[in-house]
Design a binder for this molecule. Structure first.
Ligand SMILES: Cc1cc2nc3c(=O)[nH]c(=O)nc-3n(C[C@H](O)[C@H](O)[C@H](O)COP(=O)(O)OP(=O)(O)OC[C@H]3O[C@@H](n4cnc5c(N)ncnc54)[C@H](O)[C@@H]3O)c2cc1C
Length: 416
């Protein structure tokens, strides 16, 4: 039998000395890991996963830890696998608009690296984190409207499988991307299918100029008409966002990016299209791209058909009234994903009532309700993910890639 001391020494060897016993400060969703390891390279990650696989240990990968509270709490945790040391900018092929980056590189550091070439990774998630964490959570913000979801920006990856085997997926140049791709499968997999150690991403030029056009929206019906109007127009926008604080007045904002000579005229066209007091801003409104509510508030990710913004807002109003919980709505109505914050620190029963209420209304808005930010006890009690199609297929994928349930067991949909 492998003793605790043997295991620690195996993990220490695997990580060239960067293994230690876990403490309460390392806890994930209340689970204290037995060990915390910080390998320096893909081989180190592979050695850690081989050990975990051999010994039946559960591993949770982490970048900078900003989204470790998303998804269902893992059922077991033996090793917290920190990827922050894999933070190299491996390659920036500016001419190809491609970068290859260690999964542990912070997104803001990467954007800094790319800015000297006038380029960026076109995501603006509300939270700061690492590139690996971004891909694993598929977290995006307003620019998804024009640049697409995270999976469209990932063109390749180095992935360590749960058994410690290293796999390379996809390519480094955009034209090589074709067919089934492990890197795409891992996008949004919350650390349950493999550990990303290196990611190749497609880049975009930083726009020369930007303007925001903001308008007050008097009713849910008006919000629907405006959103329908702008998304079906010829006006190319980089984002279409709605802000509606609980009990407050709603605003819709669009962002116009482009060359300096063209942006003012396009912003004028947006003002005309939005009508009724729309105004141009040189800076983003304060709420643009940020989550609603405050730190510690329960937040839900709610998806909806773009044409159902009015039904979504009506459902939020009804559920707020029935439960007595004020609900802020903010997010990317132009792509059908908003964040709903539960204000006033409601108790657990009220949180459950809000989630159930919104899920009952989901069919009429054509979307889903996922619990994002909530304390571990609440996330244990609720079904964080809610009903989801294709579960059998997802289970088969998990069984194939991680039959021993080494990686974040229980974190994903249906207990995957
Ligand atoms: C076990 C497993 C199996 C997978 N199988 C496939 C597959 O067969 N084909 C494929 O293309 N991709 C698969 N994926 C990858 C993942 O679903 C995709 O990368 C997904 O398309 C990412 O979606 P998104 O960018 O829109 O992210 P988001 O919409 O931000 O979603 C983030 C994650 O939450 C998940 N999710 C789970 N339940 C819900 C819910 N109720 N509402 C909204 N989102 C939910 C999504 O699937 C996604 O993984 C699988 C992932 C896992 C973990």
């Amino acid at each position: 039998m492998t003793t605790t001391t043997d295991l620690l020494s195996r993990l220490t060897d695997a990580t060239a000395g960067s293994a230690r016993e876990g403490t309460d400060l390392d806890a994930v969703d209340g689970l204290r890991p037995r060990w915390v390891v910080s390998p320096a390279d893909t081989e180190g990650v592979a050695a850690v996963l081989r050990t975990a696989h051999d010994e039946g240990l559960a591993v949770v990968p982490t970048g900078s830890g900003t989204k470790l509270g998303w998804g269902a709490p893992p059922q077991r945790l033996d090793i917290l696998l920190q990827l922050g040391r894999l933070d190299a900018l491996v390659d920036h092929a500016a001419g190809d608009l491609v970068a290859v980056v260690g999964a542990g590189r912070r997104l803001d550091d990467l954007q800094g690296d790319l800015s000297s070439a006038g380029q960026w990774l076109a995501v603006d998630p509300a939270r700061r984190g690492t590139v690996g964490g971004l891909v694993a959570t598929a977290d995006t913000g307003p620019t998804r409207l024009v640049h697409g979801p995270v999976r469209d920006l990932v063109i390749g990856a180095t992935v360590v499988r749960a058994d410690g085997v290293v796999a390379h997926a996809g390519g480094r140049v955009v034209k090589n991307v074709a067919g089934y791709d492990l890197s795409k499968l891992l996008t949004g997999s919350f650390g349950t299918l493999g550990v990303l150690t290196q990611v190749a991403v497609r880049l975009h030029p930083v726009p020369e100029a930007s303007r925001w056009v903001v308008v007050t929206v008097p009713s849910a019906q008006h919000a629907r008409e405006l959103v329908q109007g702008v998304v079906h127009s010829q006006l190319v926008m980089t984002g279409c966002e709605l802000e509606r604080p609980a009990g407050g007045v709603a605003q819709l904002a669009v962002r116009i990016d482009g060359i300096a000579a063209a942006v003012p005229a396009r912003a004028d066209a947006a003002v005309e299209m939005l009508g009724g007091g729309a105004e141009q801003l040189a800076q983003a409104p304060s709420w643009w791209g940020c989550d609603p509510g405050e730190d510690g508030d329960v937040r839900l990710k709610v998806t909806h058909e773009i044409a159902s913004v009015d039904r979504l807002l009506a459902a939020v109003d009804d559920v707020s009234q029935q439960t007595g919980v004020p609900l802020d709505v903010r997010g990317s109505v132009g792509v059908g994903t908003v964040s709903v914050a539960l204000r006033g620190r409601p108790d657990e029963a009220a949180v459950v009532a809000v989630v159930d209420g919104l899920r009952r209304r989901s069919p009429e808005v054509g979307g889903t309700v996922v619990v994002r930010d909530a304390d571990p006890a609440t996330r244990r009690r609720l079904d964080v993910w809610g009903p989801v199609g294709g579960l059998d297929l997802m289970r088969r994928v998990k069984d194939r890639l991680d039959p021993g349930r080494v990686l974040a067991p229980g974190r994903f949909v249906g207990g995957i």
